[in-house]
Design a protein around this ligand. Structure first.
Ligand SMILES: Nc1ncnc2c1ncn2[C@@H]1O[C@H](COP(=O)(O)OP(=O)(O)O)[C@@H](O)[C@H]1O
Ligand SMILES: [Mg+2]
Length: 388
């Protein structure tokens, strides 16, 4: 690598430096890196249909792990196995150092008491108030009525229900009921929270509050959280994203320093149909590079090696034959796809108009991305044909 390229890379990374620091603080340290959950070689059948294939997974204290994947891919089944809600057929799951394989129903009930569940159809007791519903969960652990009442009140206030403590579920909206369910799950300070689409029924602000609460709990007491979600807005809360397809774990990505890239991509229209898992995968392969005004990124006639997205600054696309500017591209725009799609040399020159940071994706990763995501492929094809 030439000195200038090295310099470009270094400056590009500095641009993302604050993000990396923020993320490192959340990662488990050596001292706490004993997994809360260890899943090994788990398969599961419903009748003669195998719905989980050889799942291996570890969850660490304080981690928030997003689980994504198409409907029917086995997310809920895996969550219910980890949560000891159904018995394990094959493989091994340790939850807080307890092996779930071979446990009796009664023993599984004991395991469940130590966990927080936020599942769809929140199953609140209709005859009890919000406060009583939450307190009931605490009474499984302690009979100190005053302390339980205090804690129930505190956590209901934290989810924004301080004004509704004495209402029964029927008097609450869907979102409010969901928040009671969240409060009930978190009140006993479980060391593992399993949440199946917890923000699906919530408005953006309440969804945000729930996620903040989960993060806070993780930080304060090392709770590990698994969140099944399709919600791109939650991306920034995640430490890891795991992706299930057809009963298999197809990727397990530490979001780490690609977090900000991920968030950025989720706002680029070409990536709008991506799941958080697919975005994280692309983001992991993208490299930020800094360019100065006047730099040539590639020349007309060059062989195509990379695809580019403008993160910051501006890039001018110039046709040499007509000596004409075709476009000035700013943050969120992408370029360089035409030659990659056609296999032809570059049909224009790209020059930095204003000092720019570009996210770049190598040819092979670009092609892998194309074959995976239909929406991205279709949009690029459409642009490609319109430009010809
Ligand atoms: N109780 C059940 N009996 C039979 N098949 C089931 C049952 N629960 C789920 N399945 C099947 O198992 C597969 C995985 O389902 P599920 O874990 O609910 O997926 P997801 O939560 O990712 O949508 C699906 O094909 C579903 O139809
Ligand atoms: Mg499900």
């Amino acid at each position: 690598m030439s000195a200038t390229e090295a310099n470009h890379l270094r400056t590009g990374r500095e641009h993302l430096g604050t993000v990396r620091l923020r993320v490192e603080m959340k990662m488990p340290t050596e001292a706490t890196a004993i997994p809360v959950v260890r899943v090994q070689g788990v398969c599961h059948d419903f009748g003669s249909t195998r719905v989980l294939h050889d799942i291996n997974l570890e969850l660490f204290p304080g981690e928030i792990v997003l689980m994504t994947g198409p409907s029917g891919s086995g997310k809920t089944t895996l969550l219910t196995l980890i949560g000891a809600l159904r018995s394990l057929q094959s493989g091994s799951i340790f939850v807080k150092n307890r092996e779930l394989q071979g446990l009796s129903e009664r023993e599984r009930v004991e395991v469940r008491r130590g966990l927080g569940f936020i599942f769809q159809g929140h199953n609140l007791f209709e005859s009890l108030t919000a406060l009583q519903n939450v307190r009931l969960a605490l009474e499984l652990h302690s009979d100190d009525r005053q302390a339980n009442t205090e804690r129930a009140r505190e956590i209901l206030e934290a989810v924004g229900l301080g004004e509704h403590l004495h209402k029964k579920p029927e008097a609450l909206s869907g979102g409010q009921r969901q928040r009671v369910a969240v409060a009930r799950a978190l009140a006993p300070r479980p060391s593992l929270v399993l949440a199946d689409e917890p923000t699906a029924a919530l408005d953006a602000q309440t969804g945000r509050q729930v996620i903040d609460l989960l993060k806070q709990l993780g930080k304060e007491q090392g709770t590990a959280t698994v969140l099944v979600t399709h919600d791109n807005r939650i991306l920034q809360a995640a430490d890891r994203i795991i992706n299930m397809v057809d009963g298999r774990l197809v990727s397990d990505i530490a979001v780490g320093e690609s977090l900000e890239v991920c968030e950025f991509l989720s706002k680029v229209p070409a990536f709008s149909g991506y799941t958080p898992g697919a975005l994280a995968e692309i983001a992991e392969h993208m490299q930020p590079q800094q360019f100065a005004a006047g730099d040539t990124i590639f020349r007309q006639g060059d062989e195509a090696q990379r695809f580019f997205i403008v993160w910051d600054g501006a890039v001018r696309i110039h046709n040499e034959d007509a000596d004409q500017d075709l476009a000035v591209l700013e943050a969120g725009a992408f370029f360089g796809e035409v030659a990659l799609l056609s296999g032809q040399p570059r049909n224009a020159t790209a020059i930095v108009e204003r000092s720019a940071v570009l996210l770049t994706l190598g040819k092979e990763d670009f092609e892998a991305g194309l074959s995976r995501e239909k929406n991205f492929r279709d949009q690029l094809r459409e642009i490609y044909y319109n430009r010809h």
